[in-house]
Design a protein around this ligand. Sequence first.
Ligand code: MG
Length: 166
Amino acid sequence: MIQYQYDYRSGIGTDIHRLVPERKLILGGIEIPFELGLLGHSDGDVVLHAVTDAILGAAGLGDIGMMFPDTDPQWKDADSAELLKQVVWKVSQQGWEMVNMDLIVHAQLPKLGPYRGQMKRRIAELLEMDFANVNIKAKTNEGLDAVGECRAIAATAITMLRRKVK
Ligand code: MG
């Protein structure tokens, strides 16, 4: 049996977007029924933005703002899933494979429990990784701060990548 040696890198990502009326709520690549949605240059998907930044961090490739500047009209109302797919492709070209992705979604409302499985499946699909290696935790902020007052939703992501040592 061939034994490979791997290089491992961890990466972290966070994001926060304002909740406003008349926007769809897109979280983790899925649409969640709610009276408010996330404001942003793109679709405002904080979860995928945190995931994207964690991957870029682990691969040493900067951050999402450097790769897709919000001053560039090309990315206006961009589908965050498409941006993430580009990043997944880029890091795979450099030999990285995803080991795991662990996420916290900070939201007072809506209750995310019923959507957790669907979000996990979508993220695993976008990352081309096993469902079992994606973990999502949902937390309220106990009524405190912008998240707790339902003025924003935030996300934190941490990931591990590995690639074979040549
Ligand atoms: Mg963002």
